[in-house]
Design a protein around this ligand. Structure first.
Ligand code: ZN
Length: 411
C-alpha cells in the first residue's frame, strides 16, 4: 500500500526518535542512518522486528521511556515460552482509547449504547481496551469479564445491554445458551464487537442469528496497543485500519518482500506515535490482504480482509500447507456439519494421520453420511485424506480466549 505523504515526511524524525530513545532500536539500527530513510523504498529495506525479539527483551527491554513515564504494562498471552511485556505511557493509553472509540463509531455504536464487555481484564489487553473506548465514547460500559454465563445473561437482561464485546468462541457459547434457555426475546443486543481471529462464515452466521446482532470484527494485538487498531464498518466485512497511528504493510511470509496490493500475505505494523514500546516493521503472523477498492462507506482508511489465519497456524501435512480456513471452508460446504471442529495430526506407522472432529446436529444414524461428505470435500479441495469424526453439538470444548483448532502431535 502506498504510504501517506505525511507518513513519508515524518519517517526520518519518527525513526530517529525511536533510535535515540529505545536501547533495542539503538542496537538494531546501529549501522543504519535512519535520517536517510526518506522514501517508502528505503523504509522497506529496514529489518523486521519479531516476536522473538520481544521475548528476548523480557521484561522491560523494549521500553523507550524512563521508568517514571510508564503508567501501565500489558503482556501478550504467549502460548509457549517467555511472555512479552509491553509498557505504555499515559499518551499511549489515551491514543489507544481514541482508536477504540473510533472503532465503536465506525460500527455505528453511540453514547446511547450499553456495552457488555466479556473479554478478560488484567494483563490481557482485551477487556480494558473495550472499557477505555466505551468510556471515551460516552457509552455505558458493563465490565463483566469472562465466565459465569448465567450471571452474564441475567445482567444482560436486567441492564438491557445493546452491544456485546467478546471473542468469537465466547459469543458462540452465549448464543447457544440463550437459544437453549429460550430467552432470546429478553435480549436487547443489536451489535457484536468480536475480537478478530480466524472464524468461519458458518460460525459467524450462527452467532449473528442466535444473538440477533450485526457483527463487527475488531483488529489488534497486545504488541501494538491491543484490540482497536481497526474494525469493519457497516458497509463491508473488510476492516478499516487507523493508518494515522500505525503504518501497515503486507509481506510474503517466506521472502519478506512486500506483496502487490490485493495479494495475501503477512501483516506487518510500524507504530508512528507510540512512546512506551515503539515497534518498527513488526511481523504479526496474521495473514490477510489489502482490499484496494474504495469502501462504499466513503471512509479513506485502508482496509484488510478478515484474517485468513496465522502464518504459525499453518501445518504441513503430506507436503500440503494446511490452514484452519481450509477446514472451515470444508465444513461450510458439508450439509449437516456445524462450525466447531478440532484437528489432530498424528504420525503412526510412518504415515501422517489427520483426524477432523466436528460437530453436527445430524442424528447418530445419519452421522456416517456427513462424515463421508466432509471427507470427499476435503479430498477434492486439498488432495488430503482425512479421518472424519462427527460428534454432537457442544461436545467440543468452547474457550473464553482463543480456541486452538489444530493440534499437531507429530513432534
Ligand atoms: Zn467502510
Amino acid at each position: 500500500m502506498e504510504m501517506r505523504p505525511e507518513t513519508i515526511e515524518a519517517l526520518p524524525t519518527v525513526l530517529a526518535d525511536i533510535k535515540a530513545k529505545s536501547p533495542f532500536y539503538a542496537q538494531r539500527f546501529a549501522d543504519i542512518e535512519v535520517t536517510d530513510v526518506t522514501t517508502q523504498a528505503a523504509f522497506e529495506r529496514l529489518p523486521f522486528t519479531t516476536k522473538d525479539d520481544l521475548r528476548d527483551a523480557y521484561p522491560l527491554g523494549l521500553a523507550a521511556v524512563p521508568n517514571e513515564d510508564i503508567v501501565r504494562i500489558h503482556s501478550s498471552s504467549g502460548t509457549t515460552g517467555t511472555p512479552v511485556i509491553i509498557p505504555y505511557t499515559a499518551r499511549d493509553v489515551h491514543d489507544w482509547a481514541v482508536m477504540f472509540a473510533r472503532c465503536y463509531e465506525m460500527a455505528g455504536i453511540t453514547k446511547h449504547d450499553r456495552i457488555h464487555i466479556t473479554p478478560g481484564y488484567g494483563l490481557w489487553t482485551a477487556g480494558i481496551g473495550f472499557q477505555l473506548g466505551a468510556e471515551l465514547l460516552g457509552a455505558m460500559a458493563i465490565p463483566m469479564g469472562p465466565g459465569n454465563t448465567d450471571k452474564q445473561l441475567q445482567m444482560m437482561i436486567d441492564l438491557g445491554s445493546t452491544v456485546i464485546g467478546a471473542t468469537s468462541s465466547y459469543a458462540l457459547l452465549l448464543a447457544e445458551t440463550i437459544a437453549e434457555k429460550g430467552i432470546g426475546e429478553k435480549i436487547k443486543l443489536r451489535k457484536g464487537v468480536i475480537g478478530s481471529e480466524r472464524w468461519g462464515e458458518r460460525m459467524r452466521n450462527r452467532i449473528a442469528n442466535e444473538l440477533g446482532v450485526e457483527l463487527h470484527d475488531i483488529y489488534g494485538l497486545t504488541e501494538i496497543y491491543g484490540p482497536g487498531i481497526g474494525i469493519n464498518c457497516e458497509a463491508s466485512s473488510a476492516m478499516h485500519l487507523w493508518d494515522d497511528y500505525c503504518y501497515f504493510e503486507i509481506i510474503d511470509p517466506t521472502t519478506g518482500a512486500v506483496v502487490p496490493d490485493g495479494e495475501s500475505g503477512e501483516l506487518v505494523i510500524t507504530t508512528l506515535r507510540k512512546e512506551g514500546a515503539p515497534l518498527v516493521r513488526y511481523r504479526t503472523h496474521d495473514l490477510t490482504r489489502f482490499v484496494p477498492e474504495p469502501c462504499p462507506c466513503g471512509s479513506p482508511f485502508p482496509r484488510i480482509e478478515t484474517l485468513i489465519g496465522r502464518s504459525d497456524d499453518m501445518v504441513k501435512v503430506k507436503g500440503i500447507n494446511l490452514f484452519p480456513a481450509h477446514i472451515e471452508e470444508g465444513l461450510a460446504a458439508t450439509a449437516g456439519a456445524s462450525s466447531e471442529y478440532q484437528v489432530m495430526i498424528d504420525h503412526l506407522n510412518g504415515k501422517d494421520i489427520m483426524t477432523v472432529f466436528f460437530e453436527t446436529d445430524a442424528p447418530e444414524a445419519a452421522r456416517h453420511q456427513v462424515e463421508r461428505e466432509l471427507q470427499g470435500i476435503i479430498k477434492a479441495k486439498l488432495s488430503l485424506s482425512i479421518v472424519p469424526k462427527a460428534v454432537g453439538i457442544g461436545d467440543l470444548p468452547r474457550s473464553e480466549k482463543k480456541t486452538q483448532r489444530i493440534f499437531d502431535n507429530r513432534y
